[in-house]
Design a protein around this ligand. Structure first.
Ligand code: SF4
Ligand code: SF4
Length: 327
C-alpha cells in the first residue's frame, strides 16, 4: 500500500515530470525547426505548435480578437488553446496548473528544494513585505488586461495577430534566449537566486499568468477542506504550505494562492481530516483522480483543437523564411 507521500510523489511529481519532458522535447524540435530557416537542408522537422505555450500575451490578444470578431486566432491557435486549457483547469481544479503542469513552476519548486539542501531551509519574507510583493503580480496582470482589453480595439488586436512581429514572436523568443544579453543573464540569475532563497518566489510574487489563474480558481468547486471535528490543531498543514496559507484555521481554502499541490493533505496526520473536495457530502478527489483530471482536461483541449483545425497555424517553412528579415 502506498503511503500518502509516495502517492504525492508518484502522481504530482509524475505529472510535473511528464510536462517537463514534453517541454524539453518541444524545445529541441523548435530549435531544429528554426535552424532550418537559415540552412538549405530539407525540412525533416515541422514546427511544434506547443511552443506557443510560451506566448501568453499573444494568446491574450488572440482572446481579445476572438471575443471582438468571433474569429479564432490562426497565427498562434495552439497558444490560445493552451491558455483556455489552463483557465479550465483552474476553474475546475483550483490553480493546479501552477503546481502540476507549468514547467516554470516546476523549476521554481526545484530551486526552492535545492535552496533547502544548501541552507537547511528556505527563508521567509516578513508578512508586511510579503503582502506588498504579492500585489506585484496583480499589478502586472492589471496592466496587461487594461492594455489589451481597453487599450486595443478588436481590429487593433487582429492587426497585431497578423503582424510580422507576432508571426515571428516564437522565433524572436528563441533568439533572445540563445543570445542572452548581460542584462538578461543578470535578471535570470537574480530570479534564480531569489528562488533558491525564497520558496516559489516567481510564482508567488511576479507571475501575472498565475495571478489570472488564481482569480479563476475562486470559482473552483473543489477546494482544500478541513474537518473541524477531527482536526487536532497540530499546525502541520500550515507549516507545509509553500504558499503560506493558514490551512489550520480555514474550513475551506478559498485563497487564490492555493495551487492544489496537496502538500497539506499529505502532511496531515489524521486520516480524512484534510481533503480536496467539493462542498457538502460530495466525494473527495484522490491524488490519482486529480492527476487524471488535470491531464485529461489538458489533452482533451488539444484533441478538440486538432480535430477542429485549431492547433497548427498552417504557416510553411517558406512563409517563415520570408519573414526572417524581421528578426
Ligand atoms: S499546501 Fe494545501 S493550501 Fe497550500 S497550496 Fe498546497 S494544496 Fe493549497
Ligand atoms: S494538519 Fe490536519 S490535524 Fe493538523 S491542523 Fe492541519 S488539518 Fe488539523
Amino acid at each position: 500500500m502506498f503511503s500518502k507521500l509516495k502517492k504525492l510523489l508518484v502522481w504530482r511529481h509524475g505529472v510535473q515530470f511528464l510536462f517537463a519532458m514534453i517541454t524539453v522535447y518541444i524545445g529541441i524540435e523548435f530549435i531544429i525547426f528554426v535552424n532550418q530557416l537559415t540552412s538549405q537542408s530539407p525540412a525533416p522537422f515541422s514546427r511544434p505548435a506547443g511552443v506557443e505555450a510560451f506566448l501568453p500575451l499573444s494568446a491574450l490578444v488572440g482572446l481579445r480578437a476572438w471575443l471582438a470578431t468571433g474569429v479564432f486566432d490562426s497565427i498562434h491557435p495552439a497558444g490560445l488553446i493552451i491558455f483556455l486549457a489552463a483557465i479550465t483547469v483552474s476553474w475546475l481544479l483550483k490553480r493546479s496548473f501552477c503546481s502540476w503542469i507549468c514547467p516554470v513552476g516546476t523549476l521554481s519548486e526545484g530551486l526552492g528544494k535545492i535552496g533547502r539542501m544548501i541552507w537547511g531551509r528556505n527563508f521567509k519574507i516578513p508578512a508586511w513585505l510579503d503582502i506588498i510583493l504579492r500585489s506585484l503580480k496583480y499589478l502586472l496582470l492589471t496592466v496587461f488586461l487594461l492594455a489589451i482589453f481597453f487599450g486595443m480595439s478588436g481590429s487593433d488586436a487582429v492587426n497585431f495577430l497578423q503582424s510580422p512581429y507576432n508571426k515571428m514572436s516564437d522565433v524572436i523568443m528563441l533568439e533572445f534566449m540563445e543570445h542572452l544579453s548581460v542584462t538578461g543573464i543578470s535578471v535570470f540569475s537574480i530570479l534564480a537566486l531569489l528562488s533558491l532563497l525564497f520558496e516559489n518566489f516567481w510564482c508567488r510574487y511576479l507571475c501575472p499568468y498565475g495571478a489570472l489563474l488564481g482569480l479563476f480558481s475562486f470559482l473552483s468547486p473543489l477546494k482544500i477542506t478541513r474537518n473541524q471535528n477531527t482536526c487536532i490543531q497540530c499546525g502541520q498543514c500550515t507549516k507545509s504550505c509553500p504558499n503560506r496559507i493558514d490551512v489550520a484555521k480555514a474550513d475551506r481554502v478559498w485563497s487564490p494562492e492555493c495551487t492544489g499541490c496537496l502538500n497539506c493533505v499529505q502532511k496531515c496526520p489524521v486520516q480524512n481530516t484534510l481533503t480536496f473536495k467539493a462542498p457538502k457530502n460530495l466525494p473527495k478527489l484522490s491524488y490519482r483522480a486529480l492527476a487524471f483530471g488535470i491531464v485529461g482536461i489538458w489533452f482533451l483541449w488539444i484533441a478538440i483543437a486538432k480535430l477542429t483545425g485549431h492547433w497548427s497555424n498552417g504557416m510553411t517553412l517558406e512563409n517563415y523564411k520570408q519573414l526572417l528579415f524581421f528578426i
